[in-house]
Design a protein around this ligand. Structure first.
Ligand code: SF4
Length: 335
């Protein structure tokens, strides 16, 4: 089948909320990202985004709570103990987190993800969530991006008032990380069973990842049915084993976002990208969560206001590309 026919067929299925199928996912990922066909793919994804998210974009805030050497030593992570980049522990004081969220809510932001390293204590996280809810007035949602969950831990998050989690099955999970994919899947299922909203990711994408690997992961997500899927390029931090590799370019990142949009129609309403690019927004992305605070993709901590893209810039990009940036609180309630 010609690429253009494949794209038309995928768009028609997606518009009906039907899965385009793994073969189509693979074929769409195999299109040259710089070709006219890929532009047609991106435009189709944008139309599908319009259909399923009503041209509504969400600009969240991902707040890194801690940085500390981690014994998991994932090959792409600057916190890996083996890479020796971070030697000391840093934990953002609770008062700073609360102040940051209060200030953000006052500026109209309504979705916050508390992001931690793998072994952050779940009870400490829940206590912080309760303090935020008690001390920061307003309507907003808080999600967690933390370590593995069993049903008991997932219930603790739910009971503490977390709306959901971000949890990804990493590309080359169990190879570039010591964590088996099954463990990640069990966490996602525990969260779903506890009634938490789940966002997942095709993450972290490097130049060595094949179309087949990416298609396998998108296909797995279609079966796991998360509420949102993010596409994230790997930042190759110097000093990690991937530090000298090239990074994927914006066109490839946008192409993968477009395929995720088409593949998820009828299952996930939100498609995110990290870091934000205008190309990805043009090709089907409606959600970003710029990072504040501690960030394992950097090689140093630059203060609690530090961000890789900036929420204001994200709002501008969405607005310039036909999106209205709406209250994340209202939007989450619809899911
Ligand atoms: S990605 Fe997570 S589990 Fe892996 S080294 Fe970094 S903090 Fe540890």
């Amino acid at each position: 089948m010609k690429n253009i026919d494949l794209i038309r067929s995928a768009e028609a299925k997606a518009m009906k909320g039907e899965y385009i199928g793994k073969d189509a996912v693979l074929a769409l990922l195999s299109i040259d990202p710089l070709s006219e066909d890929c532009s047609a793919l991106g435009e189709a994804a944008r139309r599908v985004a319009s259909e399923f998210c009503d041209d509504t974009a969400i600009v969240g805030s991902s707040i890194g709570l801690d940085l500390m050497p981690c014994s998991m030593s994932c090959r792409f992570c600057s916190l890996g103990e083996k890479w020796g980049i971070y030697k000391e522990n840093y934990v953002m004081p609770d008062d700073d987190v609360i102040e940051l969220i209060r200030d953000s809510v006052e500026h109209g932001f309504t979705k916050f993800t508390l992001r931690t390293t793998e072994f952050y204590d779940i009870d400490t996280l829940c206590r912080l969530k309760k303090r935020i809810s008690n001390e920061v007035p307003g309507e907003y949602v808080i999600t967690a991006n933390t370590g593995e969950l069993n049903p008991e831990k997932a219930k603790k998050l739910k009971d503490a008032g977390f709306a959901g989690i971000y949890h990804a099955i990493r590309l080359r999970e169990g190879i570039d990380t010591p964590i088996p994919a099954d463990v990640r899947i069990a966490t996602i299922k525990a969260a779903q069973e506890a009634g938490l909203f789940v966002a997942s990711g095709v993450d972290p994408i490097g130049i060595e990842h094949t179309n087949e690997e990416i298609a396998d992961l998108i296909d797995l997500y279609r079966r796991l049915e998360p509420n949102a899927v993010c596409t994230m390029k790997r930042i190759n931090v110097k000093g990690t084993p991937v530090g000298d590799l090239e990074e994927i370019d914006d066109m490839r990142l946008a192409q993968i976002a477009a395929v995720i949009r088409l593949a998820g129609a009828g299952v996930w309403k939100n498609v995110a990208v990290h870091p934000i690019t205008e190309q990805a927004v043009r090709w089907g992305v409606n959600n970003v969560s710029p990072e504040l605070g501690a960030n394992p993709r950097d090689d140093k901590y630059e203060g609690k206001e530090w961000s890789t893209g900036g929420r204001e810039r994200a709002i501008k990009i969405f607005q310039e590309n036909g999106y209205k940036v709406k209250s994340a609180f209202e939007y989450a309630k619809k899911d």
